[in-house]
Design a protein around this ligand. Sequence first.
Ligand code: 2AM
Length: 173
Amino acid sequence: MRLFIALRLSEEMIQSAVSAVQKAKEKGIGGKPVPADNMHVTLAFIGETDSPQPVISALQSITFRPFRLSLDTAFTVRDMLWLKPESTPELTQTAESVRSALSRAGIPYDRKPFRPHITLMRRVRGTVHLQPVPETEMTVTKISLMQSVSSDGKTIYREIYSVNAAEMPKQHE
Ligand code: 2AM
């Protein structure tokens, strides 16, 4: 099975992403839009593996607090249109925690440096830089283990496991 670890997006975030695709099209950008249900931020790409169990165990060793994710700009990179979330220490730290947990467990993953993005379109023709994209933010409360399943030329991503953020300590008055 083909696996990756990702942050899934809120409905509102997906709507903003879809409207960025629309804006890019209005600016003459051609290409293949990513279906709204497939939009996500990849934290680590694992690829083909026999069983998800070692990855699930690695994810269970992670602790993280809920954090804010907001959108920044959308732009073309090679033949893709990317939507960039605002780069925050919490986002970088979360990707690092996931990657360290995989390394500790001896699970191979793509070691390319973390460049947070949501792919909006593939096989893009033309270049564009959209700024600002609609101001949208969400609170990340879980990290998802996703399986990529391809059939009939279509790819769908299924969440097969998720780990929730630790609760914030209660404020005492
Ligand atoms: P992309 O959107 O930039 O293509 C599922 O394929 C997810 O894993 C996608 O978000 C994809 O990023 C990401 N990914 C990261 N490294 C990858 C790799 N080496 N091969 C395929 N997908 C990769």
